[in-house]
Design a protein around this ligand. Structure first.
Ligand SMILES: Nc1ncnc2c1ncn2[C@@H]1O[C@H](COP(=O)(O)OP(=O)(O)OP(=O)(O)O)[C@@H](O)[C@H]1O
Ligand SMILES: [Mg+2]
Length: 280
């Protein structure tokens, strides 16, 4: 499956919800969550676009068992069309492989920006949601992805380093990039109680020192099935649908669909990209 199917028909173009999945510390489970959440959202009938914004290891495609022929770099430099770069990995899931195309987002030339926006405008496929898998940390590109998305979902684990780095990330996003709302997903927790505890602690320090209140989405337990699935390049939701982590991830996907989006920014793919490359 690689070609993009034609438009779903309806002339009514719903606005795409844009959600970044990010973290301060690496290896906390962003890619795992992005891919499995995408799968459940797609099974709920949503068209999902995954933007692989992690330049280091483009591993979203590995999780879906595909090897993209092109990346965003080919779109920007080698004049590939966006339909050629987009990879359909499931009936309702498409991946936009970033590759090194995003190395220097804000310094894209005017012609590169034009190419990108023209391609996006011509895109026939519609998406209900775009999930952005970011690199960890507070690099510029991570900041741009996060602040261009309508909603920022921060993944945190009970590991003190992950906690400290999540706080640092929220602090920088809030202080220097004026991000106001953050949703938290706790991963690799012992149980629901520990997830809530991690959230509460983070929420308390953010409230106290940044005057920012956080929203809680839910928690995913540490589950060997996840690790096993990753090792065999599968999604835990497919490999072990009854595993505790699979149940939690489904619950989180359902919560995301029912949560009212209260972000201050407009949604939509076009708007996201305009923000990202600084033309809005
Ligand atoms: N709930 C969980 N239980 C057990 N293992 C998990 C869980 N979530 C993630 N993992 C494992 O942790 C490792 C890192 O996960 P993943 O690659 O999704 O993290 P990441 O945040 O995307 O990392 P990076 O910052 O390097 O992109 C993987 O081996 C994955 O299987
Ligand atoms: Mg990752």
């Amino acid at each position: 499956m690689s070609a993009v199917s034609s438009n779903q028909g309806s002339g009514l173009r719903r606005q795409t919800r844009t959600i970044s999945i990010t973290s301060g510390k690496g290896g906390v489970g962003k890619t795992t969550l992005v891919c499995n959440l995408a799968l459940h959202l797609s099974r709920m009938g949503q068209n999902v676009l995954i933007l692989d914004g992690d330049i280091g290891m483009a591993n979203v495609d590995i999780m879906f068992g595909v090897r993209p022929r092109f990346t965003m770099k080919d779109l920007l430099i080698n004049q590939r069309r966006i339909e050629e770069v987009l990879v359909q990995v499931e009936p309702r899931i498409w991946v936009l492989p970033g590759g090194s195309g995003f190395n220097d987002l804000q310094n894209m030339s005017e012609s590169e920006k034009r190419v990108l926006l023209d391609q996006l405008r011509g895109l026939k496929q519609t998406f209900d949601v775009m999930l952005i898998d970011t690199a960890p940390g507070i690099d510029n590109n991570v900041m741009y992805f996060n602040t261009s998305a309508q909603e920022i979902h921060v993944i945190v684990t009970p590991d003190p380093a992950s906690f400290a780095d999540a706080y640092a990330l929220i602090k920088v996003l809030h202080t220097y990039h004026r991000a106001k709302r953050f949703s938290i997903i706790a991963n690799q927790v012992r149980d629901e109680a520990e997830g809530l505890q991690v959230f509460q602690k983070l929420s308390d320090v953010c409230q106290k020192f940044l005057y920012v209140s956080l929203d809680y989405i839910g928690a995913v337990p540490t589950d060997l099935s996840v690790r096993r699935a990753t090792r065999s390049q599968q999604l835990v939701l497919k490999a072990t649908p009854e595993a505790p982590a699979s149940h939690s991830i489904k619950k989180i996907a359902e919560k995301i669909t029912t949560t009212q989006n209260t972000g201050q920014m407009k949604g939509g793919i076009q708007f996201f990209w305009e923000q990202l490359i600084g033309v809005a």
